[in-house]
Design a protein around this ligand. Structure first.
Ligand SMILES: [Ca+2]
Ligand SMILES: [Ca+2]
Ligand SMILES: [Ca+2]
Length: 325
């Protein structure tokens, strides 16, 4: 019990009361990620949505209907499926997501302006049963209900999807969940996005990780009510994070796509010193670098099959890359 109390005390003392979290896209210090950023290696391709009610306080109105599941997969395009009050979407991944340097995925909503925001909790799982929620934080006041067309300030929000306008993803870093033993942050197979109802009425209020009520536009009793899910961009998964999936032991990360169009550069991110080679199909070394910088870019001049080979403190690995016209 004492341990719990001390832990809670530490928790409260460490709450930044006037925390200013990342501001809107384009402002200094923003961590919003544009959909065209090189950081994205691919986009979620499987989702299952459980739509919520138009108004949780009057379930006789039924559930929201706007959009289809297909609107939430593939690259962010502004087309969405609405989740409704407390509705949720679960993305699944054939290649599990992994924890690399910095953010590992981002979620896109369709807010038409920087301050007209609708929020969602984000949870991850390695088995589809046990989910861990990112520790959300809302510093929005809780005295006056934010109405359907009222504003929120992104600076008041952390670890809640939907804090940026359309085409700008909210980033999530799996490293923040590394103390939870019920998930493996280097093998995330499911990501849940759950609409924050947003009501400050204690019957329906949803709390952040610091037990604050999250005040979010409510009611939104229309067909497109609740969080509008556009896409989930993947930054790190077990395929592009090669070798050991442990950022403390040294690995490399292929940030570009495979197959790689000839017109595009190969991007490699290094976390530790590596001896790095690119070999052609016949094993001929066409590029070598014994101490590449953090990010290495390489342009191929011919299509074909190549092997990327690296050696570092954790061993040696090989990655097969196809380069196409
Ligand atoms: Ca990470
Ligand atoms: Ca909501
Ligand atoms: Ca979409």
């Amino acid at each position: 019990m004492m341990r719990f109390v001390i832990l809670m005390l530490f928790f409260y003392l460490s709450i930044p009361t006037y925390a200013q979290y990342a501001p809107a896209a384009g402002k200094v210090g923003s961590n919003a990620l544009h959909k065209d950023s090189i950081i994205f290696i691919s986009w979620a391709e499987n989702v299952s949505v459980k739509r919520g009610f138009l108004d949780i306080a009057d379930t006789s109105l039924g559930r929201v209907t706007h959009g289809e599941e297909a609107n939430a997969i593939g690259k962010a395009d502004g087309a969405v499926i609405s989740l409704g009050d407390g509705g949720e979407a679960i993305f699944t991944f054939d290649i599990p997501l992994a924890n690399g340097n910095g953010p590992d995925f981002a979620i896109f909503e369709n807010a038409f302006a920087d301050e007209f925001l609708e929020l969602a909790f984000v949870e991850v799982s390695s088995n589809g049963v046990d989910f861990v929620r990112f520790p959300s934080h809302s510093l929005t006041q809780t005295n006056l209900q934010v109405g359907g067309f009222d504003k929120l300030q992104p600076e008041n929000l952390n670890n809640l999807a939907g804090k940026f306008r359309v085409f700008f993803g909210t980033p999530f870093d799996l490293q923040e969940l590394d103390t939870f033993s019920i998930i493996d942050i280097n093998s995330i197979t499911h990501i849940k996005v759950k609409d924050v109802i947003g009501s400050i009425d204690t019957s329906y209020a949803m709390k952040d990780a610091f037990f604050n009520t999250i005040n979010d536009p409510y009611p939104t009793a229309f067909e497109s009510g609740g969080f509008d899910l556009d896409a989930l961009g993947i930054i790190h998964n077990r395929e592009n994070y090669l070798g050991l999936h442990d950022p403390n032991k040294g690995l490399i990360c292929v940030k570009s796509q495979n197959p790689l169009p000839l017109s595009k550069e190969l991007w490699i991110e290094f976390t530790h010193n590596s001896d790095f080679k690119v070999l052609d199909y016949n094993g001929r070394i066409i590029y070598e670098n014994t101490s590449p910088a953090n990010i290495l870019q390489f342009q191929f001049t011919q299509k074909g099959v190549y092997f990327i080979k690296w050696t570092n403190v954790s061993g040696t690995g090989v990655y097969k890359l196809n380069v196409l016209d």
